[in-house]
Write a protein that binds this ligand. Structure first.
Ligand code: N01
Length: 534
């Protein structure tokens, strides 16, 4: 066997060098375990590396969308804006990698192709684009929104102009000056990028299938008083946020619209519109669960769209008719106002789906001559990054076959038949319905403690029991069924991808989830099986 072909051995393999992967590497090193990250990209950053389209920024305040594991780090790092833009977030993760000397533990340009559990030695055998690895544990830190959805538009391969996708944006700056640009999709990525592209492009054609609710970010330079206040009580601030349903320091949601005076409700919603962004529901606990309360909030936004967009027909096309929050809420800077520009045109794909893309045109209600086509068509969310890898567990069970009728996981951390495999923010955990950063840290801490516990207690192999997994997913769905989240087509329930099983995947409710995680640990990892004998 040549040097390159040698199997490299580690205690733990981590897949993905985003926020989850690099923190996981740090934690495992502290435990004294050997670990390596395999990363497909040529640099760290995960989602913040790939999604570098114009306007990309977080929509949870940066004081919250950041690591909390190191007090010095959180005190010393200063964000320039309330919601930081993608370049600054990338700078931050690079800073963390350097500060904690993590770079030498990452293999770049190395895509994981397959992972097979070898039952005879209880180890994972992993093949990448560059080599072969053997490890006791595999941790998938592959993100929830990392596999782009590229719909098969008829004739797309014939397009001779520039084809871009928001979720794999080139590293070189793109200049749209003088160009006729088409963008397909009106989710968060499009809503962030459209206002900026419109400022440059000669013409911008927005192809919309479903309109979205979007709340103004009211972004701006970091308020130094707020920063000082948060930093003076950072660890308590973080703890308090875990007690909020979505893990975000929004306005507490103690009131019910159904029991409140409508004028007061509208006043509160106006305040939220002016300042809360993603926390727009703040103040009212019944918006996600009571259709009438939801209608009050939805109508508030619908009226705002009517006020912001001058042309009534365009305003009406931009107005969603489904429950607010059913699709992930968007946060924007001047999105609706952009449609008042002469060079921006909205095309309704519900009435006129895309018929054909040719060398220079895109055709729906008519043919549009374009120079650039941007796909802002979303992701194979929550499961895509796992099912795209050929993963086989016990008895050669394939993960994508086991999940054919819907993904099942215990706590979003472990999957039955896949021993010593952990997922960070996997399906069945709050993940995308929470602030991802604390949720990532919560999972990485949990996984690391679990591995440590196994070492201390002389356990070799852990896997979730099928019963625990079944019961867990039943609970995930029971909670979701109490809300309006399941009525709407969204990537939360796989409806954005035709071939995908339709099931609601995120766990709703950070505080309950946190309690349950603690309970599982306090009962010696209840629901998991150790050292299973066949
Ligand atoms: O993707 P999306 P995204 N023909 O799935 C349309 C996070 N994020 O990248 O709704 C025509 O939301 C699709 O239409 P429809 C955030 O969690 C965060 O924008 O399926 N259209 C939709 O309009 C977000 O929710 C930030 O009818 C097609 C759009 O494409 C998630 O990532 C910023 C189509 C896809 O919207 C995904 O957002 C950006 C087809 N065949 C993203 N297929 C922050 O602010 C799809 N569409 C932190």
């Amino acid at each position: 066997m040549t040097q390159e072909n040698q199997i490299k051995e580690f205690d733990v393999l981590i897949i993905g060098a985003g926020f989850a992967g690099i923190y996981q590497l740090l934690k495992l090193r502290k435990l004294g375990l050997s670990a390596v990250i395999l990363e497909k990209a040529d640099q760290i950053g995960g989602t913040w590396h790939w999604n570098r389209y114009p306007g990309a920024r977080c929509d949870i305040p940066s004081l919250e969308y950041s690591y909390q594991f190191d007090e010095d780090l959180q005190q010393e790092w200063n964000w320039s804006e309330k919601y930081s833009a993608q370049p600054e977030i990338l700078e931050y993760i690079n800073h963390v990698a350097d500060r904690f000397e993590l770079r030498d533990g990452i293999q770049f340009d190395e895509e994981v192709i397959s992972a097979n559990f070898n039952e005879s030695i209880s180890k994972w055998n992993v093949f990448s684009s560059k080599g072969q690895y053997e490890a006791r544990f595999c941790i998938f830190a592959t993100g929830c929104l990392s596999v782009p959805n590229k719909p098969d538009f008829h004739g797309l391969e014939n397009f001779e102009g520039e084809l871009l996708q928001t979720s794999s944006w080139p590293q070189e700056e793109q200049d749209f000056t003088g160009k006729r640009v088409a963008i397909i999709g009106t989710g968060s990525s499009a809503i962030q990028s459209i206002p900026l592209i419109a400022e440059q492009a000669e013409e911008l054609y927005v192809f919309q299938r479903t309109p979205n609710y979007s709340i103004p970010s009211n972004n701006g330079p970091m308020d130094k008083n707020i920063e000082k206040d948060v930093k003076s009580r950072y660890s308590q601030f973080r703890k308090d946020n875990y007690l909020n349903g979505f893990g975000i320091a929004a306005i507490s949601d103690e009131s019910l619209i159904s029991e409140s005076d409508i004028n007061e409700v509208n006043q509160q919603l106006e305040e939220n519109w002016q300042s809360a962004g993603l926390g727009f529901f703040g103040g009212y606990a019944d918006i996600p669960i009571d259709k009438e309360a939801n209608d009050v909030a939805a109508n508030f936004v619908r009226n705002k769209i009517k006020d912001l967009v001058k042309d009534p027909e365009t305003a009406s096309l931009l107005t969603p008719d489904y429950h607010i929050g059913g699709k992930r809420l968007c946060v924007d800077t001047g999105y609706f106002e952009t449609f008042n520009r002469q060079n921006v045109h909205l095309i309704n794909l519900k009435e006129n789906p895309i018929k054909e893309v040719s060398a220079t045109q895109i055709e729906s209600d008519k043919a549009y001559e374009i120079d650039t086509l941007i796909l802002a068509t979303g992701f194979d969310a929550m499961t895509g990054a796992l099912t795209n890898i050929d993963i086989s567990g016990r008895d050669n069970v394939k993960l994508n076959e086991q999940w054919e009728k819907g993904a099942k996981s215990y706590l979003g951390l472990g999957i039955s038949n896949f021993p010593n495999l952990f997922t960070v923010t996997g399906p069945g955990s709050p993940s995308v319905l929470s602030n991802m950063m604390p949720s990532i840290e919560q999972h990485v801490n949990w996984i690391t403690d679990c591995i440590d516990w196994m070492v201390q207690n002389d356990k070799s192999v852990i896997e979730s029991s099928e019963t625990a997994e079944e019961e867990w997913m039943k609970l995930v769905n029971e909670i979701a069924d109490m809300t309006i989240f399941t009525d709407t087509k969204s990537w939360y329930n796989g409806s954005n991808i035709d071939s995908k099983a339709k099931a609601f995947l995120p766990f709703i409710g950070v505080p309950v989830y946190t309690e349950m995680l603690e309970e599982v640990v306090s009962e010696n990892y209840k629901g998991f099986i150790f050292d299973k004998v066949n």
